[in-house]
Design a protein around this ligand. Structure first.
Ligand SMILES: NC(=O)c1ccc[n+]([C@@H]2O[C@H](COP(=O)([O-])OP(=O)(O)OC[C@H]3O[C@@H](n4cnc5c(N)ncnc54)[C@H](O)[C@@H]3O)[C@@H](O)[C@H]2O)c1
Ligand SMILES: Cc1ncc(C=O)c(C(=O)O)c1O
Length: 309
């Protein structure tokens, strides 16, 4: 049974994940190389605990969240280290190198990578058998599904221990059978995003209208009926007829659309820079955060209700 967890990297994903683990009864030590990120993470905690409270996730006894500016202190006596640093192999490899000599031989290490193959990351670990993918979805304190991915050198007991941890937290592990880039969640999401960006770029639809179309059409439906079940609902004959003329029309571009590269070059990255596809004031960002958390909580509660009946 795991007790002590180190969360390395406190950007978009770290704070929610750290607090969710602490409320699950674990002793969590959170670390970031940037002190400002640690302060930002601390400031986010009231919002995160408020959301967890509305989800009915009451803190289990023994849990705690500590912050530290020392990697050595963060990982001391850890049963598990969760690496949550930017999606760049070199940065992740530096973290794994820094862990050498700091962690015990029993300590497991996981990466929250969005899709770098686990076998590739394993090349940078001296104990690859104790390493696997543990891919959370954003926001990590609200979305219950977590992908578990083994690389070529992951020991079966490592992946099993992570699945058990996720289950003990009352979350939903999904085991991915092959270590393909993007795993499953992001292969599906990025297929959708490539088509969405293409449709907007081609002037087929405005961004706001596309968001309405997806959120109130397939998005709403897919949260209740998954894609495989949807094939049965629609009829495989219908899918066969439509896919017969539509598949060849869909975007297959292998590079990144100018719609995105242009904005990235201009540092229009989204909420974190006050604008990306849409523009935001600081007040609007706050409002949207609260409104979206409220709606995600309500939808999750409704879906859990459905699962019980
Ligand atoms: N953003 C998402 O929606 C999302 C969802 C799921 C998984 N992920 C994955 O999770 C990981 C983290 O993503 P994010 O969006 O939180 O990134 P982020 O850029 O928001 O945050 C990364 C944090 O890591 C810190 N950091 C950088 N180098 C470090 C080091 N050597 N030691 C400790 N901290 C260091 C940075 O200061 C920053 O606070 C990535 O692999 C990403 O692909 C992201
Ligand atoms: C755009 C995008 N990319 C990656 C991830 C997760 O790895 C997410 C997400 O979790 O929402 C995302 O939105």
């Amino acid at each position: 049974m795991m007790k002590r967890i180190a969360v390395i990297g406190l950007g978009t994903m770290g704070p929610g994940m750290a607090q969710r683990l602490a409320q699950g009864g674990l002793v969590v030590t959170a670390f970031d190389t940037d002190g400002a990120q640690i302060e930002k993470a601390k400031a986010m905690l009231p919002l995160i605990t408020g959301v967890l409270d509305r989800l009915g996730i009451t803190p289990k006894p023994g849990g705690a969240l500590h912050f530290t500016t020392s990697l050595a202190d963060a990982v001391k006596d850890a049963d598990l280290v969760i690496e949550n640093v930017p999606e760049k192999i070199e940065i992740k490899a530096d973290v794994y190198r820094a862990l050498e000599g700091l962690i015990a031989s029993k300590t497991l290490v996981v990466s929250d990578t969005s899709g770098i193959p686990i076998s590739k990351l394993q090349e940078h670990l001296s104990h690859p058998e104790r390493f696997c993918g543990m891919h959370w979805s954003n926001p990590p304190h609200i979305i219950p599904m977590i992908e578990v991915i083994s690389g070529a050198k992951t020991a079966p007991e490592t992946a099993k221990a992570i699945v058990t941890l996720i289950e003990e937290l009352g979350l939903l592990p999904v085991v991915v059978n092959k270590d393909v880039p993007g795993f499953v969640e992001n292969r599906i999401l990025y297929a959708l995003l490539r088509e969405a960006v293409d449709l907007v770029e081609e002037g087929v639809i405005a961004p706001e209208a596309l968001d309405t179309c997806v959120s109130w059409g397939i998005g709403y439906k897919l949260s209740v009926i998954g894609p495989m079940a949807l094939l049965d609902v629609a009829g495989l004959d219908i899918y066969h007829s439509v896919a017969g003329f539509l598949n060849q029309e869909l975007s297959t571009r292998g590079d990144i659309a100018p719609f995105v590269t242009k904005r990235v070059a201009e540092k229009r990255l989204g909420l974190k820079t006050g604008g990306g596809v849409y523009a935001y004031t600081p007040e609007r960002i706050k409002e949207l955060g609260a409104e979206r958390a409220r709606k995600l909580v309500a939808v999750r509660r409704a879906l859990e209700e459905k699962d019980r009946t």
